[in-house]
Design a protein around this ligand. Structure first.
Ligand code: GLY
Length: 400
């Protein structure tokens, strides 16, 4: 059996794991990332909505607080990542243009109004506008839409571009090992490393568990579950595509369309999503899911009928019992960065700020002092991984 030693071993090479790896490198750590297929989990399907407002509903104030704290960090995070990767400004596709929320029928409008009232009680900005005003902002809004709201603070980014940038940064200073971890290694109640599928043992001062919904199979104190979602990628002319994120409900069913920046050929990708299921993660796309997403998005944006269907992809979000992340120390030597559920992309800079604090990167170096401190405080309140632990039990070796 071969063995390797590093300061920080990150299990999982999606956007969350690579962010943790980057921040650990910034703290001066030697870093190894274990993932058989980096970026091919939830990151691969993510549309990149930064929906700090519209992704939160009743009973989800914790998610709303975390989302708002993380959203405030996104501009500094994107700029720091682009610089570190040697990419031009804008390369990760962050666009702060707001979001248009649509209600297809009168019942959808009643539900939208209830949501706006909830958000205004939390101090989150959104305002009802008329369908005419919605059409002035987005001429492609369909004729049957019953109502709308403008959400100025919900934005978007390109998750696959973020993944590429993070891979460049992390690979330049660390090692990406294309194998899966099969177990954590414990000693005297502390995590001291992990074993991969080839039998290689890794000894590490800190293990960051960022294996998405699979985290729970390595550590029972990370009660994650797969929440598969399907997204579609369309290629549309600028006249057919929305210019901002459009999300809505069609007879109670949620759907969204997230445009990417316009390319030099005058066309743009539009990501349409997303289903949300409670089943195993088989990466298989159901025909009915593709039908349902297209049926609903064309009810809101009929001009998308002329777009070209490029891709349908299904990957599982990492859910937790309260659908809020597990972000922080879970045991000596074990840091959790998982359970981000529907908001892995939104919460990536928050994850960076929490890892910075845990590993000793000075706040403000890349993320901005006050905002980073606020983000970390919000995390302590809502995302402490120990909130699910039974105080009388020791969780070790994958069983509770
Ligand atoms: N954040 C959008 C989704 O998970 O579908």
């Amino acid at each position: 059996m071969s063995s390797r030693v590093c300061d920080v071993l990150v299990v999982g090479g999606g956007i969350v794991g690579l962010t943790a790896a980057w921040r650990a490198q910034e703290a001066g750590a030697s870093v190894v990332v274990l993932d058989p297929s980096p970026g091919d989990g939830a990151t691969h399907a993510a549309a990149g909505m930064l929906g700090a407002v519209m992704e939160t509903g009743f009973g989800e104030e914790g998610q709303a607080r975390l989302g708002a704290a993380s959203l405030a960090l996104w501009p500094a995070f994107a700029a720091a990542l682009e610089r570190a990767a040697g990419l031009p400004p804008g390369a990760v596709g962050l666009e702060t243009a707001g979001t248009l929320a649509l209600a297809y029928d009168r019942d959808d409008l009643v539900a939208l109004r209830r949501l706006l009232t909830l958000h205004s009680g939390w101090g989150l900005g959104s305002a009802e506008i008329s369908p005419q005003e919605a059409r002035r902002r987005e001429p492609g809004v369909g004729p049957r839409v019953a109502g709308a709201a403008w959400v100025p603070g919900d934005h978007r980014v390109d998750p696959r571009a973020v993944q590429v940038a993070l891979s460049r940064v992390v690979a330049a200073r660390g090692t990406l090992v294309p194998h899966a971890a099969v177990s954590l290694t414990w000693s005297d109640g502390a995590v001291v490393g992990a074993l991969d599928e080839t039998g290689t043992a890794y000894a590490a001062g800190t293990v960051v568990l960022a294996a998405g919904h699979a985290s729970g199979s390595l550590f029972a104190g990370a009660p994650t579950r797969p929440v598969p979602g399907t997204t579609l990628r369309l290629d549309a002319g600028v006249d057919q595509a929305p210019s901002v994120v459009v999300r809505g409900t069609v007879q109670g069913r949620p759907v969204y369309a997230v445009p990417r920046p316009v390319r030099p050929d005058g066309r743009r990708e539009v990501i349409v999503g997303a289903t949300s299921d409670e089943r195993e993660d088989d990466h298989l796309t159901r025909a009915g899911d593709v039908f349902g997403l297209l049926r609903d998005v064309r009810a809101l944006l009929p001009e998308l009928d002329d777009a070209v269907l490029l891709e349908a992809v299904t990957r599982a979000r990492p859910g937790s019992p309260d659908n809020t992340p597990l972000l922080g120390w879970a045991a000596d030597g074990l840091f959790l960065a998982t359970g981000h559920h529907r908001n892995g992309i939104l919460l990536t800079p928050l994850t960076a700020a929490v890892v910075d604090q845990a590993l000793g990167v000075a706040p403000g170096v890349t993320l901005g002092d006050a905002a980073a401190v606020a983000a970390v405080e919000a995390t302590t309140r809502f995302a402490d991984p120990r909130r699910f632990a039974d105080a009388d039990s020791t969780i070790e070796g994958g069983t509770a």
